[in-house]
Ligand binder design. Structure first.
Ligand code: ATP
Length: 274
């Protein structure tokens, strides 16, 4: 494609286990994305068209992108990610062509999941107070129109699934959520206590924990109101703090060994490195 240089679909390396909590959304996505790809024959035997798209909505940093990647990865599908504002700004004047190319690329890479993040930037209901100016509104309307045309044109043989994400579902043009388009609305809320525990466990899955780390306690009052992204950041900082301590201990040990060697010894008397 000419406009979309650098847009390369690939199968993400994210599993359902990387996504903490969000069991409802996970189950819904399994049925929407995985079932048609794995058992497409069953749907056509029942005369049912495969689902074409769904909307993930909820506050920032709660796992919408992560869910989309896991859904694609889970069934070995390619993943194509585009941010709404990018469609309008990066390909200024060529946005509609860019939308066509996104779908062409996806068809060529089928099975493929297209993820449109911040979809409200192009699919804002008129007068809903989007950031776009009047001129921007007209451009966004044309891009939205092209998106709808492409979605309506997706074949019943499936193979391309569209997931959109937004923090402002109330601002969306209802044309986008009409049946046959994004007709499944999946809520991705701020995590409650059990979900916070699940996010912490997911984020720390590969991290060795001290015996005194009480994740269940941490998932309670201390982290109330935090998003998944906030929790991941807490884990990252805690991990970095632990690594800093280890580095300091290791450097002290190396310095001690050097000093011992300078005094003629081998340093062998030192205990094992930390
Ligand atoms: P935005 O609306 O800002 O695009 P988002 O809902 O798409 O946000 P993600 O990009 O999926 O959020 O999450 C950002 C980061 O936060 C993830 O890469 C991950 O590290 C962490 N995170 C968020 N939610 C979860 C979750 N449910 N489980 C594990 N990690 C999470």
């Amino acid at each position: 494609p000419a406009v979309l240089r650098g847009l390369a679909p690939e199968v993400p390396e994210i599993t359902w286990d990387d996504v903490g909590g969000l069991e409802d959304a996970k189950a819904a996505l399994r049925e929407l994305v995985e079932l048609p790809l794995r058992h497409g024959g069953l749907l056509s035997a029942y005369g049912l068209p495969p689902p074409r798209g769904a909307l993930l909505y909820g506050p920032p940093g709660c796992g919408k992108t992560l869910l989309a990647k896991a859904a694609a990865a889970q069934c070995g599908a390619n993943f194509l990610s585009i941010r709404g504002p990018e469609l309008l700004q990066k390909w200024l004047g060529e946005s509609e062509r860019a939308v066509r190319e996104v779908f062409d690329t996806a068809r060529q890479a089928a099975p493929c999941l297209i993820f449109f993040d911040e979809i409200d930037s192009i699919a804002c209901r008129r007068g809903a107070g989007g950031s776009a100016s009047a001129g921007g509104d007209a451009a966004a309307a044309r891009v939205l129109n092209q998106l709808l045309v492409e979605m309506d044109g997706l074949s019943d043989r499936g193979g391309v699934f569209v997931l959109c994400a937004t923090n402002r579902p109330e601002a969306l043009d209802p044309a986008l959520t009409r049946p046959g388009r994004l007709d499944h609305l999946l809520r991705v809320p701020l995590p409650d206590e059990p979900a916070r525990l699940a996010v912490l466990q997911a984020a720390l899955r590969r991290c060795p924990l001290g015996a005194d780390v009480a994740l269940a306690e941490l998932a309670g009052a201390p982290t109330a109101g935090l998003s998944g992204a906030d929790l991941a950041e807490v884990c990252r900082r805690a991990g970095m703090a632990a690594i800093r301590e280890l580095v300091a201990a290791e450097e002290a040990w190396l310095a001690a060994r050097e000093a011992a060697q300078r005094e003629g010894g081998s340093g062998a008397a030192l205990a094992a490195p930390p």
